[in-house]
Design a protein around this ligand. Structure first.
Ligand code: PMP
Length: 427
């Protein structure tokens, strides 16, 4: 039983001592005190199916014993900065991570977050190419520091500070984009940006394979191969942001970019990599990695023993528990059930995504695709009352984001869809 401060007491402290920009989804904010596998528990012991996984940060399930043991054991032995002395935790995890990546992608730089990973990737691309121009996608999200905020393609996540050198390409969005699912048509816009907006040479192209914050938008098929071709011709590097779509979440593949059959020059990751522990990484080729030898490069905690011990445990759990196969099986089942729900309710404009990275877009008019902004909040809130937590995103805030821990079961999927069905039937 929980005997700590109440939700109201925490809320009062939060209002007084924490950022005024914090936000939450619910009328009455949820106070979670414990987690186990795909479940969270509030202060009264009520169980919630966590279909958002802390924004896709938890892949093995909350408090997975193997990951917790790895963290606790390493903490008891040693925790320190990464840089000065030899330690096996970072080396073992780097080796294991490199083995999951194709081609020559085998040099790992660890960071503490996704933002840091993308900042480093962008800087390396600029150093390697000697160019400044970055091309990213409208509706993409890459972080909250100067470079990554620049690369982010949504005004709602951008502050009015200097963010130079980024061109935002047309989003290959099969649902809202003008070319539908014709990936190669959208790719022409990237070639146009290179031809008309730059010297003809660029530093990099960065994108997610499935946009997470942007509302689970799976890039139109054929898009990345065409764009990667244009970028390579312009002397640039291709960066795959796998912060959300990586680590087996798509079910069909371990990395999101593999769904489009491309091999990037740099891959960035965070969130699931540590099952909730602050950890990020940049993986690239030995040749590109060389650029960081030009000066001193230092990150006090990036790759520290505790976080990398957790990372190694995560990879082992994904393998041991066949979480990729589970993401595919349960994700496909869940998507099929959501598609049935779409036939039943006009308000569901689109169901999309793969594996356990699914989106449900709500619209008040299917023809005009008018975002159902108020309705989604109602459904979100009611689902919480019934014991299901899902996320929300998209530029208009009208897309459900379903990114549960990868140990999600068919029973959980049924509970989620039945709850949504019940709430929509009452609207
Ligand atoms: N890239 C993507 C695709 C993300 O979804 C996020 C976080 N939502 C980031 C980068 C930034 O990661 P972090 O919040 O750990 O800095």
């Amino acid at each position: 039983p929980y005997d700590g401060p109440s939700a109201d007491e925490i809320m009062a402290k939060r209002k007084e001592f924490l950022s005024p920009s914090f936000f939450h989804f619910y009328k009455k904010p949820l106070h979670v005190v414990a987690g186990k596998r795909q479940y969270l528990f509030d202060e009264e012991g009520k169980r919630y199916v966590d279909a958002f996984g802390g924004i896709a940060t938890v892949c093995c399930g909350h408090c997975h014993p193997d990951v917790v043991d790895a963290i606790v054991n390493q903490t008891k032995r040693l925790q320190h900065s990464t840089v000065l002395y030899l330690n096996s935790a970072i080396a073992d995890f780097a080796e294991a991570l490199a083995s999951k990546l194709p081609g020559d992608l085998k040099v790992v730089f660890f960071t503490n977050s996704g933002t840091e990973a993308n900042e480093l990737a962008i800087m390396m691309a600029r150093l390697y190419t000697g160019c400044h121009d970055i091309i990213s996608l409208r509706n993409g999200y890459h972080g909250n520091a100067a470079g990554t905020m620049g690369a982010t393609g949504q005004s709602i996540w951008k502050f009015n500070v200097v963010q130079s050198g980024v061109h935002h390409a047309m989003n290959p969005d099969p649902y809202r984009g003008v070319f539908g699912s014709e990936g190669e048509m959208y790719a022409k816009d990237v070639q146009d940006l290179i031809d008309f907006g730059t010297s003809g040479n660029v530093a990099a192209f960065i994108s997610e394979a499935i946009q997470g914050v942007g509302g689970i938008v799976e890039l139109a098929p054929g898009y990345l191969p065409a764009v990667y071709g244009s970028i390579k011709k312009a002397g640039g590097l291709c960066i795959a942001d796998e912060v959300q779509s990586g680590f087996a979440r798509t079910g069909s593949h371990f990395w999101g970019f593999e769904t489009q059959g491309v091999v990037p020059d740099i891959v960035t990751m965070a969130k699931s990599i540590g099952n909730g522990i602050p950890l990020g990484a940049v993986v690239t080729t030995p040749q590109i990695a060389e650029v960081l030898t030009r000066r001193n490069y230092f990150n006090t905690f990036g790759g520290n023993p505790v976080c990398t011990a957790a990372g190694l445990a995560v990879l082992k759990v994904i393998e041991k528990e066949n979480l990729q196969e589970n993401a595919l099986a349960v994700g496909s089942y869940l998507k099929d059930r959501l598609l049935v729900l779409k036939d039943k309710y006009e308000i569901i404009g689109d169901v999309r995504g793969r594996g356990l990275m699914l989106g449900v877009e709500l619209v008040t008019d299917r023809q005009l695709k008018t975002p159902a902004k108020a309705e989604i909040l109602h459904v979100l809130d009611q689902m919480k009352e019934l014991g299901v937590l899902i996320g929300k995103g998209g530029f208009y805030g009208n897309v459900f984001r379903i990114t549960p821990p990868l140990c999600f079961t068919k029973e959980d999927a049924d509970f989620l869809v039945d709850s949504m069905d019940y709430i929509m039937s009452k609207m």
